[in-house]
Design a protein around this ligand. Structure first.
Ligand SMILES: [Ca+2]
Length: 674
């Protein structure tokens, strides 16, 4: 075990019982008859947080069904844990789930899971869609893009033995190859990435109150069909080009998807650049099985429901200079080493990849390369490795209003020297790694903003992660349901990143059902966790106006890794005007030397002692090596008293690794004035 607790719980409780505190005011939760939620929350609880999406979301567990609700449950490697709201509906053949449309809609998105094939690789299975009792269409669901197993970077083989038997695993708390007798490894080992989603344009516009029924046919080959949620949307008409443009079909692009259109795209782009025109991608499905190189060009589709650029994954006979052993559909700027690209504008189309395994050296991302002075807007990116992976240095990129779902790795990553760029109003669901990240690898990312994005169910790592950088802002985002080896928001000195310098503003974000169990440390994380692994973190970090809701364990964690706990500190972190509604354990867990200040940080429904202060684990009479600076108005608490009580200040040791988890009640409106 990496961490050990020392102070007995008994002594802590004696201290708590003498404290007094005032209860904050509660208001009754609102009910919505159409069961529209955002991240499985009443929308009023997340007003003006996250992306303003074109669709409305309804959880299957709130719909009408003759199937079985699974969850809520948050244990990694289980179907409920990866479901939105940590619950879903399991249908056996012949069963259904029925949603009542809350608004007019002509399109739906179904998030679902079906079993893998016995040897991996996935199956397909039918799902009948009917409206108001009238059979409409049968969707073909697939598990070809879901179900990964085993140790990072994972396997598609459910029957595989350990990929790395010489590595420590938490399941046996041992190194299997160095253990006698060897531990028994349950197969499939660590199944994950269970879900996929699929979009469907309906035959016409349906009205509020109409019933959309999803049924697993009695004859279905799938033993079960899990439905997590339904998004419904009124999709507007196909868009025509804004100005005289170059139509890819005139250069041989095939909108039926039968013939490869990559060369036609290249020719159209070259022609458009010569004549200073935009490239237009009319409605259709275009087969593209490699990168399309973009520089100083505008490419506009008819809307991401109409124009689909879709490719197969291609195995290369020899690796590319960038290390790739596969290629696939993607729009790439020139790499920075080749000068980078500039003035690229991509909008209004979908990119459908074919990535089913994680190979970190492969450039099989939806968008890649270096794109300065560019915009990416209104794309739908599906089944690629990373939705958008930028390799800088580059500057002045705007990423607006995109949907990125079902990725093998990250959603968006600003890698190496990305500056003065904005990621706003994007919706990211079911990534296989950090949904939104800035990685200051070699060169720092600076002056960037991630604002008003929604992140749901990253099945590995974090909702939003910052690895080094200077003067960046994370604001107004909604992050829900991180599952393992990460949490809602992360500030980490990790992965060889440059240090944090200048300021970092983390303002007005909402997290929900974050702060999961850390499988390797065997303790709970915080919804926001600041992690000094490779160096001290001493930049000015302002964490202001955030709401941390329904935290599985802690709301806030400041932590180092045990082997480096005496090398690195975390200082200069300032929490202000934050709200914590529900913690399974503590509000703050400090497992590092350093300090942080707190001003008007209010909490309620706190399940354990408000501050779990271990410092750097020396437990001397001088108290913890971590100091909490109370700047006032830190109100509320839970069953063990006020969360920030005088007896805890400034550095009382309260270290308790694994207190009992007290699941909090669901988040509800908070009427206490700020
Ligand atoms: Ca759900």
């Amino acid at each position: 075990m990496k961490f050990q607790g020392f102070l007995s719980r008994t002594s802590r409780f004696v201290l708590c019982l003498t404290a007094s505190y005032a209860l904050p005011l509660y208001a009754a939760p609102q009910t919505d008859t159409a069961s529209v939620t955002r991240a499985a929350l009443d929308p009023s609880l997340v007003d003006d947080r996250g992306a303003n999406a074109h669709f409305v979301e309804q959880e299957a567990e709130n719909a009408v069904t003759d199937g079985t609700i699974i969850g809520p449950a948050r244990t990694a490697y289980t179907l409920p844990a990866e479901a939105s709201g940590r619950a879903a509906v399991k249908l056996l053949p012949g069963q259904y789930v029925e949603f009542t449309l809350p608004e007019a809609a002509n399109a739906i998105t179904v998030r679902y899971s079906i079993p893998d094939s016995p040897t991996g690789g996935g199956i397909t299975a039918p799902l009948d869609v009917s409206v108001n009792g009238r059979s409409l269409v049968t969707m073909t669901l697939t598990s070809q893009y879901s179900w990964l197993y085993n140790q990072y970077p994972f396997s598609n083989d459910p029957n595989a033995g350990l990929l790395f038997p010489d590595q420590y695993i938490t399941e046996c708390a041992c190194v299997p190859s160095a253990t006698t007798p060897p531990p028994i490894i349950t197969k499939p080992f660590r199944p994950n990435h269970f879900y996929d989603e699929q979009r469907l344009l309906l035959d016409h516009r349906y009205q509020p109150g109409d019933k959309i029924r999803l049924s697993a046919p009695a004859s279905s080959n799938a033993a079960w069909t899990v439905i997590d949620l339904l998004d419904s949307e009124l999709v507007g008409p196909a868009q025509h080009p804004n100005e005289p443009s170059v139509n890819v079909q005139q250069f041989g692009a095939d909108p039926t998807g039968q013939r490869d259109s990559a060369d036609a795209f290249d020719t159209a782009i070259a022609f458009a650049k010569q004549w200073h025109r935009e490239v237009y991608l009319p409605p259709g499905t275009y087969q593209v099985n490699r990168h399309i190189l973009v520089d100083n060009v505008t490419i506009e589709g008819a809307g991401n429901w109409y124009t689909i650029v879709k490719g197969h994954q291609v195995t290369l006979s020899t690796p590319l200079p960038d290390g790739s052993v596969h290629t696939g559909v993607g729009f790439y700027g020139k790499y920075a080493a080749d000068g980078g690209s500039s003035n690229v504008h991509l909008s209004g189309f979908a990119i459908e990849g074919d990535v089913r395994e994680r190979i970190d050296s492969d450039q099989v991302n939806g968008i890649g390369g270096a794109l300065s002075n560019s915009t990416i807007e209104g794309l739908y990116i599906h089944h690629t490795k990373v939705g958008m992976w930028f390799d800088g240095p580059m500057s002045n990129l705007t990423v607006h209003n995109n949907i990125i779902v079902d990725q093998i790795a990250d959603g968006i990553n600003f890698h190496t020297g990305v500056t003065n760029s904005v990621v706003a109003n994007n919706f990211v669901r079911n990534t296989g790694d950090d949904a939104l990240a800035m990685w200051s690898d070699k060169i720092e990312d600076a002056n960037n903003t991630f604002d008003h994005n929604t992140v749901q169910t990253p099945v590995l790592a974090n909702g939003i992660a910052l690895y080094g950088g200077t003067d960046n802002t994370i604001s107004n985002n909604l992050v829900a349901d991180p599952i393992r080896e990460g949490s809602g928001l992360q500030v980490g000195s990790r992965f060889g990143a440059q240090p944090f310098t200048g300021s970092l503003w983390i303002t007005n974000n909402t997290t929900v059902r974050s702060g999961p169990f850390e499988l390797n440390w065997n303790i709970g994380l915080g919804a926001i966790w600041i992690y000094a692994l490779e160096g001290s973190i001493n930049a000015d970090i302002e964490v202001v106006g955030n709401s941390f809701l329904d935290n599985t364990y802690n709301a806030i964690m400041l932590v180092s890794d045990f082997p480096v706990k005496d090398l690195y500190t975390i200082t200069n972190v300032h929490f202000k005007d934050d709200r914590v509604d529900g913690t399974g354990t503590s509000v703050v867990s400090a497992r590092v030397a350093g300090s942080a200040s707190f001003e008007n940080v209010d909490a309620r429904n706190v399940g354990a002692v408000g501050v779990n202060n271990c410092g750097s684990f020396h437990f001397t009479p001088a108290g913890s090596e971590f100091t909490l600076i109370d700047l006032g108005s830190n109100d509320g608490g839970g069953t063990t008293g006020p969360w920030l009580a005088p007896w805890e200040l400034p550095n009382t040791i309260t270290c308790d690794d694994r207190p009992p988890v007290v699941p909090p009640p669901p988040p509800s409106p908070w009427v206490t004035p700020l």
